[in-house]
Design a protein around this ligand. Structure first.
Ligand SMILES: NC(=O)c1ccc[n+]([C@@H]2O[C@H](COP(=O)([O-])OP(=O)(O)OC[C@H]3O[C@@H](n4cnc5c(N)ncnc54)[C@H](OP(=O)(O)O)[C@@H]3O)[C@@H](O)[C@H]2O)c1
Length: 264
């Protein structure tokens, strides 16, 4: 079921990004796959083009680098591709007691989640506006809504993503271009293990599959929703953060994330 549209997806070599790549391929989109691991990108690109009869290319780049969005944009121009859907999914977590977490990793995380995502919209939105069509999917988190102890910098970067996406989406009203922010909660991907947080309560309760999260994201994107929180438990969590006193939310977050850090 080819649709002659092209989706660019960052962070597609595992987890939610990989599930989204499969979903878009199933729906007939051609793909531009972006992440760092060239072998995995090649393998995924070949697999998706063979199974779903789509065109797939890949760009291997470390997206935390200051010039990364410009590099990706120019590669897409060189390949003479029009991007109909832009998915800013690549991300990671530097988790732990703030005084012990790695400053350089935090800087990379801030660059990847904030500068890169903002620059990608800066580069691709004018072309979408010229074409009078386009959709952007940015990946926030339930942490976009909550100041998380032991995950303070990560949650702050995800708040930025939610805020900037909602703001620009409102600016775009009436243009045919929309920005959807997906806010997942704990999802069974490589994310928790990479951050060393797989033993936290958060990753033991109500963990969703990346395929389910990708389905929810795809539907919300197609309905041009501004924001979607993945799953009923995460929706309740986010609503509670509005209703409950800040002190109690902080206490609950500490319980969900803290045990491992307190033992450090
Ligand atoms: N899993 C969760 O519980 C959860 C919850 C809320 C939000 N999220 C968000 O969901 C998104 C996807 O995470 P995931 O759970 O699917 O994690 P994942 O399985 O670890 O996948 C992360 C992807 O991002 C890519 N990536 C990471 N750092 C990169 C960099 N500097 N440059 C280029 N690519 C990079 C990785 O590929 P390479 O290593 O090949 O570059 C990989 O494809 C992230 O934005 C994350 O913050 C996840």
């Amino acid at each position: 079921m080819k649709n002659n549209k092209t989706a660019l997806i960052t962070g597609c070599t595992s987890g939610i990004g990989k599930a989204l790549s499969v979903k878009f391929a199933q729906e007939g989109y051609n793909l531009v796959l972006v992440a760092r691991n060239e072998d995995k990108l090649k393998e995924l690109s070949n697999y998706l083009s063979e199974i779903f009869y789509i065109k797939s290319v890949f760009i291997a780049y470390a997206l935390e680098k200051p010039e990364a969005a410009e590099y990706v944009f120019h590669r897409v121009q060189e390949l003479d591709l029009k991007i109909d859907v832009l998915v800013n999914n690549a991300g990671f977590n530097e988790f732990g007691n703030f005084i012990k977490t790695n400053r350089e990793k935090e800087h990379d995380m801030m660059h990847l989640h904030m500068f890169f995502v903002t620059d990608m919209m800066k580069f691709f939105l004018p072309l979408m506006l010229d074409n009078k069509q386009g959709q952007i999917l940015n990946i926030g988190s339930t942490g976009s809504y909550i100041s998380c102890p032991y995950d303070a910098v990560y949650a702050a970067t995800k708040s930025y993503i939610l805020s900037v996406s909602k703001g620009i989406n409102a600016e775009l009203k009436g243009t045919g271009i929309t920005i959807t922010t997906l806010c997942p909660g704990s999802t069974k991907t490589e994310f928790a293990a990479k951050a060393g947080m797989e033993d936290t309560l958060l990753f033991k309760l109500f963990v969703m599959s990346p395929e389910r999260v990708a389905d929810i994201a795809y539907k919300a994107l197609m309905k041009r929703k501004a924001v979607v929180v993945a799953g009923i438990y995460n929706k309740i969590l986010v609503m509670s953060s509005y209703i409950l006193p800040n002190r109690f939310v902080a206490y609950l977050s500490k319980m969900m994330l803290g045990k491992q850090c307190q033992a450090d």
